[in-house]
Write a protein that binds this ligand. Structure first.
Ligand code: ARG
Length: 460
């Protein structure tokens, strides 16, 4: 049969395959609650300006509330023939309340309706994402505070570079996430603008009150231009861009967690509940959660490129292309929420293996720069100090000794400015404690930074 909502000008029914091919109800029904929320606000506004009577409004609102219950109870029958979530709900409303149901769409189009639904839906999801992100950040900050004194090797080129504190490393992750959090909340501002009233593309001839509808729906303001309001999906792209950066960060964290749980690093233990075993190798405990998060980064990047390409070159105003925005957006939201939840649960449960971390820092000549700085303080030019320490390291490699394990006489072979006080700077504790400025790795700085991070997070 021809679709009852627009069949008037058609002389034959839609091809059965085309009906299925063009339908979106299978995936847009997840916006049902927001579609109903938008419709209730629209009907309320129409009654306020006299386009609907109060009785008509009451019948519509009551009918929509019943439909929401049917949907939530799982008894609502979705029909592909009715194309999308919007027409399914509207058809059911008319079935329930009769002719008045047909008045709901006055002064509205599915074009401004769907754009509104997506924004309402995304706004709720963004708030859920922000809450999980905050929970993850809080967990990182507390773990960093507990690990402020724990020494580990810091790396460049994945080669041992200088000792750092584990807490400092964790707070580096926290900083990345703090920027992602800002980006998310900035994106929310542009999501929270109302398309309703734009109608199909040019606005409507009814005396609508867009400020009222916006207020009822908690939008910041009505969208300024009707053509733009129904057509752009840049807010969705922005969310996908936020999600891509977040997942890029989570994938870096994941990579380190995977390395650190390996027997070769052996820096941390992830509790068993976050890992899985092997069906053949009995000894295995695999860091599946970070691996999977690392892997999911790819699909989120894919959605960003997909959405950008979807919008590229689309002429104003609405085009059916836009129906393709939902699946990538929803999958991005689901993926981000899942990854954040997994990380927020897992991060506080990380157990550091302090001896093993310390030993790794000790083995890799990580205090070589401290020795060079010591020589500079004794009057040696930095380039010469670099050379002297390089020779000491070469000697250490040959004789299987770290700098701190050499005797004073051994060290003095390379420079006679070296004295007994050198051993203070060669210790790992001395090395980290000396980097005692804002942004440095000294334990006191880490504790102070954790406190600042806590305060910043509490602002949200
Ligand atoms: N299902 C459509 C979408 O997702 C709703 C808007 C349809 N508008 C139209 N003029 N066909 O974009």
């Amino acid at each position: 049969t021809t679709n009852q909502s627009w069949g008037g000008r058609f002389s034959e029914p839609t091809d059965a395959f085309v009906a299925r091919f063009t339908a979106s109800v299978d995936f847009d029904q997840r916006m049902a609650r927001h579609d109903i929320q938008g419709s209730i606000a629209h009907a309320t506004m129409l009654a306020r300006v006299g386009v609907l009577s109060e009785d008509e409004r009451d019948a519509i609102v009551a009918g929509l509330k019943e439909i929401l219950q049917e949907i939530e109870a799982g008894t609502f029958e979705w029909s592909v023939a009715l194309e999308d979530v919007h027409m399914n709900i509207e058809a059911r409303l008319t079935q329930k309340i009769g002719i008045t149901g047909k008045k709901l769409h006055t002064g509205r189009s599915r074009n401004d309706q769907v754009a509104t639904d997506i924004r309402l839906y995304m706004r709720d999801e963004i708030d859920a994402v922000a809450a999980e992100l905050a929970r993850l950040r809080a967990g990182l900050i507390e773990l960093a505070d507990r690990e402020a004194d724990t020494i580990m090797p810091g790396f460049t080129h994945l080669q041992t570079a200088q000792p750092v504190t584990f807490g400092h490393h964790l707070l580096a992750w926290q900083e990345m996430l703090a920027r992602d959090h800002e980006r998310l909340l900035d994106c929310r501002k542009r999501v929270n603008v109302m398309p309703l009233g734009a109608a199909a593309l040019a606005g409507t001839t009814y005396p609508i009150d867009r400020h009222l509808t916006a207020e009822l729906l908690g939008f910041e303001r009505p969208a300024e231009n009707s053509l733009d309001a129904v057509s752009d999906r840049d807010f969705g792209i922005e969310f996908a861009a936020f999600a891509s950066l977040l997942l890029m960060h989570l994938s870096r964290m994941s990579e380190e967690l995977v390395l650190w749980t390996s027997a070769q690093f052996d820096f941390i233990n992830l509790p068993d509940r976050f890992c899985t075993g092997s069906s053949i190798m009995p000894q295995k405990k695999n860091p599946d959660v970070p691996e999977l998060v690392r892997g999911k980064t790819g699909r989120v990047y894919g959605h960003l490129i997909g959405l950008l390409t979807l919008m590229k070159s689309q002429p104003l105003a609405y085009n059916k292309d836009n129906q393709e925005d939902k699946e990538p957006l929803f999958d991005t939201l689901d993926t981000v929420l899942g990854c954040l939840r997994a990380f927020a649960d897992m991060i506080p449960a990380i157990e550091s293996k302090k001896d093993s971390m310390r030993e790794a820092a000790r083995r890799g000549f990580s205090t070589a720069t401290d020795l060079a700085d010591y020589l500079v303080r004794k009057g040696v030019a930095f380039r010469d100090a670099h050379e002297i320490v390089g020779l000491s390291v070469a000697y250490g490699i040959q004789n299987h000794k770290d700098l701190s394990e050499m005797s004073l006489d051994e060290l003095r072979q390379f420079s006679d400015v070296i004295e007994a006080d050198v051993f203070e700077v060669l210790t790992l504790e001395g090395s980290v404690a000396a980097r005692n400025h804002i942004g440095g790795t000294a334990p006191d700085q880490v504790r102070a930074a954790a406190q600042r991070a806590r305060d910043a997070l509490a602002q949200y």
